[in-house]
Design a protein around this ligand. Sequence first.
Ligand code: PMP
Ligand code: GLN
Length: 392
Amino acid sequence: MGPTTREPELVARLQGLGTTVFSEMTDLAIAHDAVNLGQGFPDENPPPAVLAAAVTAMEQGHNQYAPGPGVASLRAAVADHQRRFHALDYDPDDEITITFGATEAMSAAVQSLCEAGDEVVVLEPAYDAYRAVIALAGGVQRRVPVRGGDLRPDLDRLAAVVGPRTRLVIVNSPHNPTGLVYDAAELDEIARLCVEHDLIAVTDEVYEHLVYEGEHQPLAGRPGMRDRTVTISSAAKTFSCTGWKVGWACAPPPLTRALRIVKQYATFSGATPFQHAVAVGLAQDDDAYRRQLELLRGRRDRLCDGLEGLGLGVQRPQGTYFAVADVAPVGHDDAEDFCRWAPGAIGVAAVPVTAFVDDPAPVRSLVRFAFCKPDAVIDAGLERLAALTEHR
Ligand code: PMP
Ligand code: GLN
């Protein structure tokens, strides 16, 4: 976030990346004992059945290396999940790879598919890891600036940015940090561009089960997209287990074979017992998914109602567990300054949306608050934010 100093020992292509905004804000929260509504992690355990499955897996001896592509039961569970929720068919052996979180899937996809010098298109605001994995690959980022106002993707600008050097486009919906869920017209237009320009899409769908308004539709389901898309998701948000780092990539065999090469030498495989547990989680009935969604919907409304009551302009998210609020109405024009100031001054940590863009102008005073927290934590955060009106 912001300008970073040159690291003398770091390779040129990674200069400027610095420490992530999520770590920076969590460190500030800890230092000031602030309510942490910054980094997106739930304060609670995974569902009891999922937790128990991890313990059982360890007790039953699943404690050695998983196969490189992931344990068979989880690959089968991901295949069932894609069919059940999205009507997409993937072969567990040749088209599904279990990764060390969605982050490793993204990294393996970009590093294996992007030749040095190829262009990778990213729609702003964009999750920070995309910049890093493109840099690791030696790719050239083409960032599509965000429209002001509703923050929806600017598809005219996207079309203008795609050119002969473009190889990949990264698409994140439900979207961090805006909470937007891309609609059918947006997905159709992205798909049209991919087909017309023969691009590969890499999608980040880690919030696929946290959709309160609208419907999550995978880009891979659009005509012509299945065989040119790497669909990435993760257990982190769906089962409140961000520390387990279990993710997956679904892609046609040639793309799968490519990304497995990178994955194989990055980590070889992730934690075996957690893979067994996530297989149990994915197979839960619809009610289990619905309960978690309704719990989070209540928390979304609690946080958003509270922020609105304090006079912050809030865009109620359609999905994810983040809400973006404007702190300008309470006298703070710069989100980055606000987020560095707030943990010490009023005891609340949040994340500036400016950290997700190159050009901060359209989002200068927008701050992201996480609501994947118990009601008491949300209330404590709101109580402390109430001091904002006194600091004006
Ligand atoms: N993509 C997005 C959009 C995210 O918000 C996050 C953070 N959880 C990730 C990827 C990382 O997922 P994982 O922890 O599974 O690597
Ligand atoms: N995805 C989380 C967020 O957006 C952060 C994950 C991380 O700290 N790398 O808050």
